[in-house]
Design a protein around this ligand. Sequence first.
Ligand code: UGA
Length: 459
Amino acid sequence: MTSTSDLIARTSGSLERPRRLTVVGCGYLGSVHAAAMAVVGHDVVGFDVDADKIARLAKNDPPFYEPGLDELLEAALATGRLRFTSSYDEAAEHGEVHFLCVGTPQRADSNAADTSYVESAVEGLGPLLDRPCLVVGKSTVPVGLAEQVRDRLAEIAPAGAGVRLAWSPEFTREGFAVQDALEPDRVVVGVDRQEDADELGEVLAPVLALGMPYVVVDLATAQLVKNAANAFLATKISFINAMAELCEATGADVVALADAIGHDARIGRRFLQAGLGFGGGCLPKDLRGFMARAEELGVDQALAFLREVDDINLRRRRRAVDMTTELLGGTVEGARVAVLGAAFKPDSDDIRDSPALDVATTLHELGAQVRVTDPKALDNARRSRPGPDYVDDVREAVRDADVVLHLTEWKAFRALDPVELGDLVAHKRILDGRNVLDAAAYAAAGWQVRALGRPNAGR
Ligand code: UGA
């Protein structure tokens, strides 16, 4: 991973014509994008309806954990070219180019995406756009929404057809968001007219100068590219987790299998990490939103396989609970269970649809005494999933445990010494839900080891 300072050094100072940009929505995506654009030389206003969020961003106290974001924000704020507001008037007045970075979570009443934040951003900003400008959507949306946004803006903006729309989906990964903002592996933009892609290309010139492809497509394709990318990644993970089920039934080893098929460049080893499966604020809801949209379009059969992808993924969580029960000799009730990991993945404090927390909560509901630890996600976990105990210190979490579950693969957990850990627990039993621990070292230290998709792990 390239360091934040190196990324800043490589992308600053080369901008020919700085623009006045606004970034509407300062969550995981927007805050990083706003800071990145200021660092490369633009004059940026970040907008969010949440006044507390922007107050914290303005003093470089981000409301969430993202490696490198503090350094990026500090550099951006130091330029004097980044400020925050919760006034649509100020945002509209400022921007020559407006980026829409609001969230599109799953709707509470269905699998479809909730696009209300996009709609309210359009309704808030649109009537104030009285000069020609470019609006660039970055949110993940059901295909067809961009065209609706374009038409609605033309209708409600005083500048009318002078307000142009492009859609440039982001492929930012939490934990790597700074790198993905300043050096993404590609930039995709959907436009009606090449001039709009050229304009966005000028805005992003310092980033594009690092040499990644700039892919210009139509609006529908741009929206679908994002849906397809996340659906493919989810499918890849569920494919290897389906193989894990086969491995469990046959005595085979899914890690060795993934290594072996991964040598084939057509397949590749990345995103073939078998384990508890995918969670987070993106893959699960994007998968479901994509299926819901396909149904509306009358092509639900084309994505019927994604239902299976979702099911395989959720089955892994149940399997982890079953394996824990087996390790405990058949009874969960009253058992002391230590859970390492609450975040949906390492280097994040995001607990949205976290597989680790799902397993922890299920075991708690089954009557276990569950103690969860995580380097960054405990506050979020406590707030959203009361029930288990949440403790800061790993040693405290595992003390007197009857079983230890490794469910989010933070570096700090991987570095734990099985001998030292063994002295703290009541019973040396461990489930590796992410297949990254050294099973042989744990077994050598006297642990009974189980791992998803590796029936002979440590033996
Ligand atoms: C995902 C995509 O990777 C990004 O490209 C995309 O921009 C983003 O969603 C989004 O739509 O905004 P993210 O949610 O940050 O990014 O997380 P991933 O790195 O994709 O991991 C998702 C989940 O899959 C995690 O729970 C992770 O533990 C799990 N995973 C990942 C596996 O179980 N196995 C793997 O091999 C890889």
